[in-house]
Design a protein around this ligand. Structure first.
Ligand SMILES: C[S@@+](CC[C@H](N)C(=O)[O-])C[C@H]1O[C@@H](n2cnc3c(N)ncnc32)[C@H](O)[C@@H]1O
Length: 255
């Protein structure tokens, strides 16, 4: 089945990949101040979730899947948390990203080209299945629902789904006049994407774009404690933060 929304996404990301300024391994380097600030926040959110959710055994036994893994930057955080690289799996729609992820990640981790509407894994394969900023790039709600069902299918009965994504549907971004990004409301997540699940809502993270800009003189400005302090100050106000951090426990028949 070829979906218009996926065609749009391939075309758009194709543009980004050709355009060296966006969405390639160089532009997502942590040398960039804005990328670094976001990276720190996302990593801390994962750390908190893992600490509060992990069972009595160590994390070295847990299998993790990231959907829409792009260049694998989020998945590699898990190696630093003590997960074994061979237990880490990532899928992405675009071969270019998968190629980059393989180059940058431990060779025992697995990165596959796949559409997350049909994940190439058997039922109950993973302890943690996560997505970070993937659903906000999918505008078709039926695709969002199908990916949600697949994430549930491959999560083990004791496993959890982690969601980090823009929670504000009024926030839209365009490229060449075309929408390519839209936040997903918590209501849609709870009612449509994971209707049969217990959802724990963590504090929102990541500053709204206009607030983020206030923390940076320009995006390439040197990283300094001053930027961190400004970022932390603006983050004190809940209304300034845009991204939902959710832990989703699907109700599975075999649980
Ligand atoms: C905004 S990027 C986010 C990348 C990464 N997860 C992060 O946190 O920075 C969205 C990614 O989702 C991928 N993607 C979108 N739809 C997908 C699908 N149906 N199956 C697999 N990957 C998909 C895109 O190719 C892209 O790499």
């Amino acid at each position: 089945m070829v979906h218009d929304d996926l065609k749009r996404l391939r075309r758009l990301y194709g543009d980004f990949i050709r355009d060296d300024a966006l969405y390639n391994e160089r532009s997502y380097t942590l040398l960039r101040t804005d990328v670094n600030l976001l990276y720190d926040e996302i990593k801390e959110a994962f750390r908190r979730i893992i600490v509060s959710c992990k069972g009595p055994e160590g994390v070295d036994r847990l299998r993790v899947l990231e959907i829409g893994a792009a260049w694998g930057q989020r998945l590699r955080m898990f190696v630093e948390f003590g997960f074994l690289p061979e237990n880490l799996f990532g899928v992405d729609l675009l071969p270019h990203f998968v190629k980059v992820a393989r180059r940058l990640s431990p060779s025992s981790s697995s990165f596959l080209v796949a559409d997350s509407q049909q994940l190439p894994f058997t039922n109950d394969s993973f302890d943690i299945v996560f997505q970070c900023m993937v659903f906000s790039s999918l505008l078709d709600r039926s695709i969002r629902k199908r990916i949600g069902r697949e994430m549930v299918r491959v999560t083990s009965p004791s496993g959890k789904i982690v969601w980090i994504d823009d929670g504000d549907p009024s926030y839209i971004r365009k490229h060449s006049g075309e929408i390519f990004y839209q936040g997903v409301s918590f209501e849609e997540v709870a009612a449509e994407i994971f209707p049969d699940a217990k959802i724990t809502r963590y504090p929102r993270i990541i500053l709204k774009k206009n607030k983020l800009k206030k923390c940076l003189t320009e995006s390439s400005s040197p990283y300094s404690p001053y930027h961190k302090l400004k970022y932390a100050f603006h983050s004190l106000f809940r209304g300034n933060r845009r991204h939902e951090v959710l832990v989703i426990k699907p109700r599975k028949d075999n649980a």
